[in-house]
Design a protein around this ligand. Structure first.
Ligand code: ACO
Length: 331
């Protein structure tokens, strides 16, 4: 049976480091508040004029190199982001051109923090049916250009950072490797718990001076609601994935969770009775990079030599929408 595997992985973060103390110069916040509530110490910000497709280019090149193929061998491109370069066309089109590609199918996925999980499952389906051989999946975000740097926006702003992570998904006949299972969910009732209204397409014109003055250009979040639902849904999803796949949590080497908040991931581990050490983190360095966080962490874990072929891992995430899910994979 042909399964899909991640045959190459890569990531990229912009060089500019912004610490919690740096943010405290613009808004009423503190390193202590941010670290205690979220686990985040610093994040990266892209320079002015850098798009999420630019960060994605670097991550994609690294993933393709790691896969040992040429860029021209990519036959489908999936781009997950909540911070697209422009309203339209989709950022996958911009990225395709920047990678020097032409003609391959491209698809934009707009599923926020679970964008990479959804994208991986789409790539898996294409690869397993034999339709495509090397699907390039990328999650990339430039959040820093759309954050409110006044005290009014501090609850959201301190959490987010910029970055990109990419994976090449290819067929593999090794029975000890492959994507085993994807579980994906959404509940749009909660769309207003974390949202950005900048494009209100029911209005003519969709953006007015009023909407800008009313700060519709900045994301809004009901943090406690997000927190509560994230914990419940992630616990459910892990339990269901383990049960459906008849897997014991002890058999899983690492959980690669979306990097929204250290406390969310620790509570999820505790509720499942799983050792916290198995839930990996790098949010302390990058904050929440939404669709990029899982491939960025996976890449760092792999490059640190912590993953061996055949290791069982679970990627999981929860985000705006709400959307949530998990992928179970033998690396
Ligand atoms: N610095 C200092 N004080 C702050 C800050 C800040 N950055 N932000 C909020 N506060 C204040 C609030 O105004 C409030 O003040 P008040 O008591 O005077 O009204 C106080 O801190 C406590 O605020 P709470 O909202 O109760 O703080 P809480 O403990 O719930 O933590 C947080 C807030 C960190 C946002 C938490 O709710 C959380 O992490 N929620 C999940 C958010 C998340 O993960 N979002 C992303 C997931 S989805 C995705 O990734 C797209």
């Amino acid at each position: 049976m042909i399964r899909s595997v991640i045959s190459g992985i890569g990531s990229y973060v912009p060089p500019t480091v912004v610490t919690n103390d740096d943010l405290a110069q613009f808004m009423d916040t503190s390193d202590e508040w941010i670290q205690t509530r979220s686990g985040i110490k610093e994040r990266r910000y892209a320079e002015d004029g850098v798009f999420c497709s630019d960060l994605a280019v670097e991550a994609c090149r690294r993933a393709v190199d790691d896969a040992g193929i040429g860029m021209q061998d990519v036959d489908y491109l999936i781009f997950a982001t909540l911070s697209p370069d422009y309203h339209f066309p989709g950022t996958g089109c911009y990225l395709q051109a920047k990678l020097g590609l032409e003609g391959q199918g491209v698809l934009d996925v707009r599923n926020q923090c679970t964008g990479f999980l959804y994208s991986l499952s789409i790539a898996d389906a294409f690869v397993r049916t034999g339709q495509y051989k090397n699907v390039l999946v990328v999650g990339s975000e430039v959040h820093s250009s759309a954050l409110d740097f006044s005290t009014r926006g501090r609850d959201v702003t301190v959490l987010f950072g910029d970055g990109a992570g990419a994976a090449v998904v290819s067929p593999c006949e090794d029975p000890n490797r492959g994507l085993l299972y994807s579980e994906l969910h959404a509940d749009g009732k909660h769309a207003r718990a974390l949202y950005l209204d900048i494009w209100d397409m029911s209005r003519k014109p969709y953006m007015t001076h009023d909407s800008i003055d009313n700060t519709d250009i900045f994301p809004k979040m009901d943090g406690r609601t997000v927190f509560k639902h994230a914990v419940t849904r992630l616990v459910e999803t892990v339990e269901n994935t383990l049960k459906t796949q008849n897997v014991n949590p002890d058999d899983i080497k690492y959980f690669i969770p979306h990097q929204a908040n250290m406390r969310i991931n620790q509570i999820v581990a505790d509720k499942l009775g799983i050792d916290r050490e198995k839930f990996l983190h790098n949010m302390q360095n990058y904050g929440n990079t939404t669709a990029a966080s899982i491939p960025l962490l996976l890449d760092e874990t792999y490059r640190a030599g912590k993953l061996e072929r055949g290791d069982l891992i679970m990627m999981l995430g929860f985000g705006a929408g709400f959307t949530w899910g998990a992928n179970l994979m033998r690396w």
